[in-house]
Design a binder for this molecule. Structure first.
Ligand code: NAD
Length: 381
């Protein structure tokens, strides 16, 4: 069975789906690895390192797609790439299937067996495959470094002969994987940190990192679904949340927002009026920029200054740390492959929770319940 690793084509994408180390592990399990020339360059993995790991370098994507039985990618395929996959190919990538109906339909029509890494269930057995966590961890860390770099103040408190400098006050909204890493990183830099999330269960996790938890009662009975993800708020709850946050946000130098609800636009938490009320020189880093932003004034992949507040809207921070991002993603992908491929042949058990969660299309059909439900909801909206 041949596993193909193409060069990523999305602008700014420097990650690679398998590293030489991960490739060596798969070669040991009896798989053949094909790597497009230069695929590892952005993450500083030379073709020679892949060859030393037992992989074969192929000259271009056309050759790779023509030969691979399984194609592993970081980003979802472009329409052109999706057209070039051979019928029956297995595709593994961060497909963002819930919000990519055209791509998913195309993959089904082309009889591609596709797996979205984002659909791996959050269960202990699948932790090694959890790419959302491995990549969100990087985004949370980097968001705080961007904030610190952009802030015209120190993060830590300093007592110097020239006077005392008070620690920066940082608010992290959304205390999932990215948010908790942002809290930990801001604490390491010496800031005073507060965390906020609509799921009250994270209070303890926030506090265990030495931060304080902001609690508002929005009258939400069940804040999370059975997968542990936040549910969307009603319009009234959302309005109350914006009001409460507007009041609180004024007190902070830095606001890092990470709030997401799978398959939906990011909740709007920081309105333009809230930004206008913040202290001049404050910084917002909006990690939800790709899903429309938690801040009303965020512009994806841009840094804008509004009301003297600098607002960053990065959409792909993991790609800015391609070495570790690729190392961790490659491990996630390898573990999924080990689950799917037994004795060098694909064995799909649709009763298995991991296959059920991550498989999006198979044998000409959309097979994921979550994806089917999201598309049906969209149609009826
Ligand atoms: P996510 O990226 O979907 O969302 C980020 C955070 O935003 C979440 O904590 C969410 O509650 C919060 N949020 C959403 N709407 C909000 C709003 N209106 N206001 C404030 N906050 C809001 O989440 P994630 O980081 O992927 O984590 C989702 C869940 O999965 C968490 O419970 C996490 O602990 C859990 N998890 C479990 C495992 C595992 O068991 N293997 C692994 C990773 C994550």
């Amino acid at each position: 069975m041949k596993i193909g690793v193409p060069r990523e084509t999305a602008p700014g994408e420097r990650r690679v789906a398998l590293t030489p180390e991960a490739a060596a592990g798969l070669v040991k399990s009896g798989l053949e690895i094909l790597v497009e020339r230069g695929a590892g360059e952005g993450a500083f993995h030379a073709d020679a390192a892949f060859e030393a790991a037992g992989a074969r370098i192929v000259p271009d994507a056309t050759t790779l797609f023509a030969q691979a039985d399984v194609v592993v990618k970081v980003q979802k395929p472009t329409p052109d790439e999706a057209e070039r996959l051979r019928e029956g190919t297995v595709l593994v990538a961060l497909l963002q299937a819930l919000t990519s109906p055209e791509l998913v339909q195309r993959l089904a029509t082309r009889r591609i067996t596709s797996f979205g890494m984002e659909g791996i269930p959050r269960i202990s057995r699948a932790q090694k495959m959890d790419a959302l966590s491995s990549q969100a961890n990087i985004a949370g860390y980097k968001a705080v470094l961007i904030a610190a770099e952009s802030l015209a103040k120190f993060f830590p408190m300093l007592m110097t002969a020239a006077g005392t400098v008070f620690a920066a006050r940082v608010l992290v909204i959304g205390a999932g994987v990215a948010g908790l890493q942002a809290i930990a990183t801001a604490r390491r830099l010496g800031a005073q940190v507060w965390g906020y999330d609509v799921r009250p269960v994270v209070k303890e996790q926030v506090e265990s990192l030495g931060a304080r938890f902001l609690a508002f009662d929005l009258g939400v009975a069940e804040a999370e679904d059975k997968g542990g993800y936040a549910k969307a708020l009603s319009a009234e709850q959302s309005r109350r949340q914006q009001e409460m946050l507007a009041e609180k946000t004024k007190e902070f130098d830095v606001v890092v927002t990470t709030a997401l609800v799978p398959g939906r636009p990011a909740p709007r938490l920081v309105t333009k009026e809230t930004v206008a009320g913040m202290r001049p020189g404050s910084v917002i880093v909006d990690l939800a920029a790709e899903a429309g932003g938690n801040c009303e004034l965020t512009e994806p992949d841009r840094i804008v200054v509004r009301h003297d507040v600098t607002i960053h809207g990065p959409t792909n921070l993991p790609a800015t740390m391609p070495v570790h991002a690729s190392q961790l993603y490659a491990r996630n992908v390898s573990e999924l492959l080990r689950e799917l491929v037994k004795d060098a042949a694909l064995k799909l058990d649709f009763e298995d929770e991991i296959v059920k969660g991550a498989c999006v299309t198979h044998a000409g059909e959309i097979v994921s319940d979550a994806v089917k439900a999201a598309f049906a909801a969209k149609k009826s909206a």
